[in-house]
Design a binder for this molecule. Structure first.
Ligand code: ADP
Ligand code: MG
Length: 701
């Protein structure tokens, strides 16, 4: 029980089931003051709070004597406060509060930065439990910004397994934990389990799983709790997929029959010979197009493997057979790059392509819409403006979606609704390979074309692992590349705790590099910039007006700058392997030799083994499979970049969850077969709403 570890947090009342979906401030008025902070995290109702899960746990349950503290680990200790001193801030230096701590085994220091009024809660002689990360400062250990509570007043912050949540501005980890503990206590009893006992099997009841996922007694308890929550999430996803499958079974697409001689002619008109994998992908697509069953095919292959060429052939085939076709990309800059790459190919095939995006003038947009409406525009390439209400395709036969996972489900549905000769056939392109077993267990009936073979003449990218001591050398290298007219990417570390922190670190790194390399032009892109500002910087980089582009992972989407020769990734161990490979794919697209530097101070074996996989292989599939193998249990980082649907709890890199996905799929098929709208199972429809995909921030705009 939550109450067991913090009596002070006992809630004054229990909620009724219907309260779960009302504003926290009205059903739990005593928490009204915290509700604004919660709202910034997207939490407005108790139910949303229950599902706001930690992304990590810190195990502070073992108290350690100060004499035994270990370097660079998060630990707890029971200490006396011997002295407290406040050092005022000065210029850009923040205020610091320093406490001298001791116990019978030794002494330590604790330090807090910024005006956080820590000094008001600390006094000489206090007995505290402190929990935090320890580093060696001179001759004694130092806790950096530890959490602390008086001995005897146990809390949700110290001397236990502590949940760590994503934060937003104005909400502290501590405050959030307290609020969630109180909401949990009031709300859990009102929660109904959406699964029947038979469906649940050996999984934990939902209330128990949620309680444990937030406030486990031991770290070992978290796995079964997260399994249950993962199952619910996978079930929500599978229900949606099962409904879509069912709906699709009733849909009819135009049978686009392209005679083999036409296909041969189109392929023959390309400026190069297709690789074997490209040819096989074309054959699969041509076969699917000929059927009245709407195509749902995924074309996957590394960046530069030649997906665009396959897309060009598919578009030309549809047009040759008398249909219109569209290609959509998630951002303006990507859409423009597609247009730039496809238009000449299509032109050579005698097909006219138009570009359409929200940024065009009203008159231009109108002209293109008219050309689409009267069938003059055969291929339209653009952002999601292509599917805006006002665009009317009389004969849309094929829709190609780039980086499919970056689109919300709603947008995909809108595109599919555009076909007026029936459902259009759809082809999704992705540069993030999905191991086959994994894709099948999620999508089941999705057809997959895979390009493994790279076009001839590709130069390998030299990949090296370096630690921070090498930074000065690396900076010299960036400077010499710039002097030779080449460009570099610098990707800043992932910060899981909050986007704002990540942006701050990107800004700081850009400033640092600009100071260290005064002769170079340093640019910065991150996810909290306005899409136009970011696109402008990307465009300037593509035009060679910026030498070093500091970026958060927003650059991961396929921007193509052939002149970029260096990819420097900081704290590389924090990224998924597939993501590192993706990032590396941003270089090596031109004729120069290129480099990827994985900067990491990690010392643990697993982290180094993972980085070594990326260093040693240029094959995205090999890397994805190694990633699957190497990721251990309890990985909460999810699959954001995997090309799979965004999952919050489940990790499809986790074999246990993969099995749960299969089970969820069977259950979903069974339920949806008899009751497609879930009319008899409103609690399952509720589950779908709880797990409605979170739209990607910024970069899908
Ligand atoms: P992707 O879309 O998978 O990133 P692209 O289709 O843009 O890859 O291809 C990358 C580059 O390789 C392009 O310059 C393209 O013209 C070229 N290319 C594609 N297929 C072949 C091929 N079969 N032979 C030679 N060059 C190719
Ligand atoms: Mg491409």
């Amino acid at each position: 029980m939550v109450a067991r570890y913090d009596r002070a947090m006992q809630s004054r009342r229990a909620l009724a089931p219907t309260d779960l979906d009302h504003p926290i401030r009205s059903v739990l008025p005593e928490l009204a003051r915290g509700s604004a902070g919660l709202a910034r995290l997207g939490i407005t109702t108790p139910r949303e709070a229950l599902w706001y899960l930690p992304f990590r746990y810190d195990d502070f349950s073992e108290l350690r004597p100060l004499g035994d503290l270990r370097q660079d680990e998060k630990q707890s200790a029971r200490v006396r406060v011997d002295a407290v001193r406040v050092e005022p801030g000065f210029g850009r230096r923040p205020q610091r509060v320093i406490a001298q701590l001791s116990d019978d085994s030794g002494s330590a220091e604790a330090i807090w930065f910024g005006r956080r009024f820590v000094e008001r809660r600390l006094q000489q002689g206090d007995e505290l439990i402190v929990s935090g990360k320890v580093t060696q400062k001179g001759w004694r250990p130092q806790f950096t910004s530890p959490e602390f509570t008086p001995v005897g007043r146990e809390s949700v912050h110290t001397a236990r397994v502590v949940p760590v949540y994503h934060l937003a501005a104005g909400v502290t980890q501590k405050r959030l934990r307290e609020l969630l503990a109180r909401i949990l206590e009031a709300a859990l009893a009102a929660l109904e389990d959406p699964l029947t006992d038979a469906e649940r099997g050996t999984l934990l009841p939902l209330d128990e799983a949620l309680r444990t996922a937030h406030f486990p007694e031991t770290e070992a308890e978290t796995a079964p709790a997260l399994d249950r929550l993962a199952f619910d999430e996978l079930l929500a996803l599978q229900l949606t997929l099962a409904q879509a499958r069912r709906a699709r079974d009733e849909l009819i697409a135009p049978a686009i029959r392209v005679p083999p001689s036409d296909v041969a002619e189109i392929v023959g008109a390309l400026p190069f010979t297709l690789t074997g994998d490209q040819g096989a992908a074309v054959a699969g697509i041509v076969e699917d197009l000929a059927s009245e069953r709407p195509m749902r095919r995924l074309l996957q292959g590394d960046v530069g493997s030649g997906k665009t060429a396959v897309a060009a052939v598919a578009l030309a085939c549809a047009v040759r057979a008398g249909w219109q076709a569209a290609l959509m990309a998630p951002t303006e800059i990507l859409a423009r790059q597609h247009y730039a790459g496809l238009a000449p190919l299509l032109d050579g095939l005698g097909v006219r392509a138009e570009f359409l995006s929200g940024s065009l003038t009203a008159a231009r947009k109108r002209a293109i819409r008219d050309a689409i409406a009267d069938g003059m525009a055969e291929v339209v390439i653009g952002t999601h403006a292509v599917i805006s209400e006002a665009v009317d395709f009389p004969r849309l036969g094929l829709a190609i979606v780039d980086e499919q996972h970056r689109f919300g489900v709603g947008q995909r549905a809108a595109l599919q609704a555009k076909g007026s000769g029936g459902e259009p056939h759809t082809l999704a392109l992705t540069a993030t390979p999905i191991p086959r077993t994994l894709a099948l267990s999620v999508y089941g009936d999705l057809a997959i074309s895979t390009i493994r073979e790279l076009p001839p003449g590709r130069k390998p990218i030299r990949t090296e692992i370096r630690d921070r001591r090498a930074l000065p050398k690396i900076e010299e290298f960036l400077a010499s590349e710039a002097a030779a007219g080449r460009q570099s990417f610098v990707v800043v570390p992932l910060v899981m705790e909050s986007d704002a922190l990540q942006v701050a670190s990107a800004e700081a790194e850009a400033e640092r590099l600009a100071a260290a390399l005064p002769a170079l032009r340093v640019g910065l892109v991150h996810g909290q910039q306005k899409a136009e500002a970011r696109d402008a910087t990307m465009t300037a980089f593509a035009a060679g007006e910026i030498d070093v582009l500091v970026a958060t992972t927003v650059i991961e989407v396929g921007i193509d700058v052939p002149n970029a020769s260096v990819m420097l990734i900081e704290d590389a161990e924090r990224f998924g392997l597939a993501q590192l490979h993706q990032l590396r794919g941003r270089v090596g697209r031109g004729t120069d030799r290129s480099f990827c530097i994985l900067l990491s101070d990690a010392t643990d074996e697993l982290a180094l083994a993972r980085l070594d996989v990326v260093r040693g292989s240029q094959d995205g599939f090999e890397i994805a499979e190694a990633d699957l193998r190497l990721r251990g249990a309890g990985n909460l980082l999810g699959t954001r970049q995997s090309g799979l649907p965004p999952l919050r709890v489940a990790s499809l890199f986790e074999p246990r969850h993969l099995r749960l996905a299969q089970r969820a799929r069977e259950l979903a098929d069974r339920v949806v077969r008899d009751d497609p709208a879930l009319a008899r199972r409103p609690e399952l429809a509720r589950l779908q709403a709880d797990f409605a995909p979170i739209e990607e921030e910024g970069d899908a705009a």
